[in-house]
Design a binder for this molecule. Structure first.
Ligand SMILES: [Zn+2]
Length: 433
């Protein structure tokens, strides 16, 4: 129904207030308003409140279907993706995931293996309506020399369809090897990447964080941490990152993922951490599906009693930027997933209570991660911006979030894309034991 010409008027579309700055419409209590979207030459020429009497006869009437901007997935691991058939997690725990992935990486992650699995992931993300992806890249020697060139090629291949970013990933102990870490930071800078580490409560954490910040400042890099992905209340590295940012006077963007242990800590400890996170201007991404899967596994014949996610509501109330993202897909850290940000949002709504009211939570899968990733004009719908959006069947939240919306329409630069998900069988030859 959407013409291939790239120029048309979509009438009677349901847009969300939080993702359409500048739209003056009558918004309902769920934040939706009816609007007409004019598309010309692949751009949004204008968005105005819908008025039936003023709609031209040749407009395409969407009948009040929801239209969202294309998604931004700011925390993924597409270098690990889809290895599950050859390297499952034996017990579903974090340690089980770490060990299994380490073995698989050392044995199997050639440039071709990584590239084919990455491309598979990106085709899925694109078909689901995602426009930008940040991936972490395991960067323990010698993997950094294999994966970073693959990433650079992949970014070029996908330019114009998916804006791909990468952050290096290593345990913070790796920073102790000063010369090697300096080389890594230089390599990341050369690839215009993001500097990332996984923080643990090691005795020299503060010193190691200072080294990370020093390298980021030296090369002008943004930072991306995995922090406190555990139920251990003694894990307070989120606070340590905020403190290090403040005393180093860091002015780049910092994204911190997971922060699970925060949900388990006493209120006073939490308040102190949130004060510092807000003051330091950190952004936080929760990975609801992966956290639900990995956290609170107590061994055989037990039921999880904790959801695993961090305190996003309390953070947002303090003005901290918050996002949700996919994290792992079909690897030992998460046995499922397909880089579908609608699934992430649906799960986040249920796990994190993104409802009653919905408020501006939709920003967490579009506008906010776009801001953290420094992607201008991405994650919102506005006149003058690219016509990159998704037309759903649902006309309200309960319709949108009850079905997988497998028949959604993805529009890029004003034109409907072919939404073809790659066949799992393509990866069969990489999965042979
Ligand atoms: Zn992660």
């Amino acid at each position: 129904m959407i013409p291939a010409s790239g120029s048309y008027l979509l009438a009677n579309a349901r847009l969300h207030r939080s993702l359409t700055p500048g739209l003056a419409a009558a918004f309902d209590s769920d934040g939706f308003g009816l609007a007409d979207i004019a598309v010309a030459d692949g751009k949004i020429a204008g968005i105005v409140a819908h008025a039936k009497s003023k709609t031209p006869a040749d407009a395409i009437d969407l009948g009040g279907r929801i239209v969202l901007p294309c998604f931004v997935d700011c925390h993924t691991h597409i270098d690990k993706g889809h290895i599950w058939p050859r390297k499952p997690n034996p017990d579903g725990t974090f340690m089980g995931a770490l060990n299994a992935t380490g073995v698989d990486r050392a044995a199997r992650w050639s440039a071709e293996d990584v590239a084919r699995r990455m491309d598979f992931s990106l085709r899925s993300a694109y078909a689901h309506g995602t426009k930008a992806v940040r991936t972490h890249l395991d960067s323990v020697p010698p993997q950094e020399e294999i994966s970073w060139p693959v990433f650079e090629t992949m970014r070029e291949t996908w330019r114009g369809r998916i804006e791909l970013q990468a952050a290096c990933l290593l345990g913070i102990e790796g920073v102790r090897d000063k010369a090697w870490f300096e080389r890594l930071a230089k390599r990341v800078a050369a690839a215009k990447g993001v500097l990332g580490v996984v923080t643990y409560m090691v005795p020299d954490l503060e010193e190691l964080l200072d080294k990370v910040f020093a390298e980021a400042i030296k090369h002008g890099l943004d930072l991306d941490f995995h922090a406190d992905e555990t139920d251990d209340v003694a894990a307070i590295s989120l606070k340590k990152i905020a403190e290090a940012s403040l005393w180093n006077g860091f002015d780049g963007n910092i994204l911190v993922g997971h922060c699970c242990s925060l949900s388990r800590q006493p209120d006073l400890e939490v308040l102190d951490t949130l004060d510092k996170v807000a003051k330091a201007g950190l952004a936080v991404v929760s990975l609801p599906m992966c956290n639900l899967y990995l956290q609170d596994r107590r061994g055989n014949n037990t039921t999880p009693r904790w959801r695993g996610v961090t305190l996003l509501h309390e953070m947002k109330a303090r003005g901290i930027k918050v996002a949700v993202a996919s994290d792992n897909t079909r690897d030992p850290f998460y046995a499922y997933g397909d880089l579908d940000m609608l699934e992430v949002y649906r799960m986040a709504t249920r796990i994190l209570h993104f409802d009653h009211p919905v408020g501006d939570w939709p920003k967490a899968i579009a506008a906010t991660p776009a801001e953290v990733m420094r992607l201008e004009g991405v994650g919102t719908l506005a006149a003058g911006g690219s016509a990159d959006f998704i037309v759903f069947k649902g006309r309200n939240w309960t319709e949108l979030l009850s079905r997988p919306e497998s028949d959604r329409i993805v529009v890029r630069d004003g034109r409907v894309i072919e939404r073809k998900l790659p066949d799992y069988a393509e990866l069969d030859e990489l999965m042979v034991e």
